[in-house]
Ligand binder design. Structure first.
Ligand code: PLP
Length: 256
């Protein structure tokens, strides 16, 4: 038996049967950083590499049973929140955060890259009003940041969302039309850094999940936030350079 246990990251995410996004992305990305994922599924989905057709939430009771048993058994070092299946799951998530008191990475998933909604209006409101305030860092893409804040520029989005409670924000620009991908990191204490990455050709599916879970793993490993933010992005960029075209739509990150 190996007595050296890697840090444990509790991942609460949807399942993408194509393995591009969701919990499979988390398990692979967390493992690639040298941490171990404990995964509880928030929702099953019907989707392909192009878009999501249906989201079927797991019942809040079944979700709670799984989370609570894991927390009673294991000492976790970070929490990654992906797709939230329903507003009813939010109190369970809040309780897990309050009990474990570890860094929380919130990927506020509202809409798939293919355009379909991934959160109902009550779920989106619960993400904004209840989960954002308890997140260590939230990782919205530019569109999600604008929808959540009602503001336009990254700085204005950040001002509003940081006022809403989270400690840090990483607004990603993969979904924008800029020649380079610009990711804006903001800390509540006023620190700000823009990370620029060459924009790779083609569309990708699951990049946001990969980034958030790699970041959660790096925080679980004890890296300072700014270092973790930079290394998680570098990892995603590498994964996208070796992306796999598994279907007729967007390519998925090569997360090894
Ligand atoms: N499916 C699940 C379960 C997700 O969590 C997400 C995004 O977080 C998606 C699909 C959509 O991923 P993308 O926007 O990269 O296509």
């Amino acid at each position: 038996m190996n007595t050296t246990i890697p840090p444990l990251v509790l991942c609460l995410s949807g399942h993408d049967p194509g393995g591009g996004a969701g919990l499979q992305a988390d398990i692979e990305a967390v493992g690639a950083q040298g941490a171990h994922a404990l995964g509880v599924i928030t929702a099953l989905t019907v989707q392909d590499s192009r878009d999501v057709r249906r989201v079927e939430p797991v019942s809040a009771a079944l979700f709670a049973e799984q989370v609570n048993l894991l927390l009673a058994d294991s000492r976790i070092a970070a929490i990654k929140l992906g797709l939230v299946g329903s507003a009813e799951q939010v109190p369970v998530i809040l309780d897990a955060i309050a009990r474990s008191r570890v860094p929380v990475v919130l990927d506020p998933v509202l809409r798939a890259g293919g355009g379909s909604p991934l959160a109902t209006t009550p779920t989106a409101r619960a993400i904004l009003e209840q989960l954002l305030p308890v997140a260590t860092i939230a990782t919205p893409n530019a569109d999600e940041a604008r929808r959540l804040s009602g503001a336009a520029s990254p700085a204005d989005c950040a001002a509003r969302l940081l006022a809403g409670g989270c400690e840090q924000l990483l607004i990603t620009g993969g979904d924008e039309a800029s020649p380079e991908v610009e990711n804006h990191w903001f800390h509540r204490d006023g620190e700000h850094e823009v990370f620029r990455w060459p924009r790779l050709a083609g569309g990708f599916h699951g990049a946001g999940c990969t980034l958030a879970s790699a970041l959660a793993a790096r925080l679980a490993l004890g890296e300072p936030p700014r270092v973790a933010v930079r290394r998680a992005q570098a990892y995603v960029h590498e994964c996208l350079q070796r992306a796999l075209k598994t279907g007729r739509g967007r390519a998925i990150p090569g997360r090894w």
